[in-house]
Design a protein around this ligand. Structure first.
Ligand SMILES: C[S@@+](CC[C@H](N)C(=O)[O-])C[C@H]1O[C@@H](n2cnc3c(N)ncnc32)[C@H](O)[C@@H]1O
Length: 280
């Protein structure tokens, strides 16, 4: 059996939020005649395995949780099609076993890079298709071009786990590193991230020479930058959920809607309000 232990306490928040959304969405859409797809591009194994860390007895054990693929299969009103994808062959095997436990559901399991997989899926969508896409990478595997492909469908609602701690790490406070520029641009699809750096007033060094310094703005400005950037792409992007571990911000969980129609946007606002209310 493949064990897959990842994340932290915040993983429960992420998965419970997704599950709540899937239940509310499928219930709201139950009388619609579309073909509904659930697409999990970083699907894992269907389970988050618990882990006891004997070397750090003060650190809380990671609890076993149902993973995103299992939660989608078990949601109140089923989807017409499920697409589970992962690059790890052991995870793919576990996903096939999970699919076999649900013979009544149409499940397609693939082993591709998530960017290639999602872009193909979006390209092949037909007029009556609608999809929920969940993008749950470990870190910076996701490319902005994939988000653009999702936006262009106008048929996908997206749940996106954005690795803000990775972005903060590769945009250090004391000045940009050019060698990381292309990785940042792959993540964000723009060179505008350099605007996060501000020139500091001239200072005099020990030898009486002027030094000009740039500094990255604080993490809240980086969060705002990512949110604003997503809002330029998608017609609806809700305020992100902040997922942190012991006070350290790790990920942002975004709900983005690609359909610009007033009806879709009204539904998105309703669903997002219902999720936030259920979490109080
Ligand atoms: C955080 S885990 C996903 C957890 C899963 N959503 C769940 O709730 O159980 C990230 C997964 O992405 C897979 N992965 C890493 N890089 C990938 C890539 N480029 N394309 C597709 N899958 C990838 C890993 O093998 C891992 O299973």
């Amino acid at each position: 059996m493949t064990r897959h232990s990842f994340g932290g306490d915040w993983t429960r928040v992420k998965l419970d939020t997704l599950e709540k959304y899937l239940d509310i969405y499928t219930t709201a859409m139950k009388n619609q005649k579309f073909n509904f797809h659930y697409v999990d591009a970083f699907a894992g194994t269907g389970q988050r395995d618990g882990e006891d860390d004997p070397t750090h007895s003060l650190i809380k054990e990671i609890e076993t949780l149902k993973g995103s693929a299992t939660r989608a299969l078990e949601c109140k009103k089923p989807f017409d099609h499920y697409h589970f994808n992962d690059t790890n062959p052991h995870h793919v095997k576990a996903l096939r076993e999970l699919a076999a436990q649900h013979p009544d559901k149409k499940v397609n399991v693939t082993q591709e890079d998530a960017n290639v997989f999602v872009q193909h899926f979006c390209h092949d969508m037909r007029p009556m298709d609608r999809a929920i896409v969940f993008l749950d990478p470990y870190s910076s595997e996701l490319e902005w071009s994939t988000l653009k492909a999702i936006r262009n469908t106008e048929k996908v609602d997206l749940w996106l786990l954005f690795p803000i701690s990775t972005l903060l790490r590769i945009t250090p406070r004391n000045g940009p590193r050019d060698e990381w520029g292309s990785a940042i641009e792959r993540m964000l699809g723009t060179s505008d991230w350099r605007e996060l750096y501000e020139e500091q007033p001239l200072t005099m060094d020990l030898f009486g020479e002027h030094r000009e310094e740039v500094r990255r703005q604080d993490y809240k400005k980086v969060v705002d930058f990512v949110t604003t950037h997503l809002r330029r792409l998608f017609p609806f992007v809700d305020d992100p959920f902040h997922l942190d571990q012991r006070g350290r911000l790790l990920f942002l969980l975004y709900f983005c809607v690609s359909n610009p129609s007033p009806a879709a946007l009204a539904l998105a606002r309703k669903l997002s309000a219902a999720i936030r209310k259920s979490q109080k």
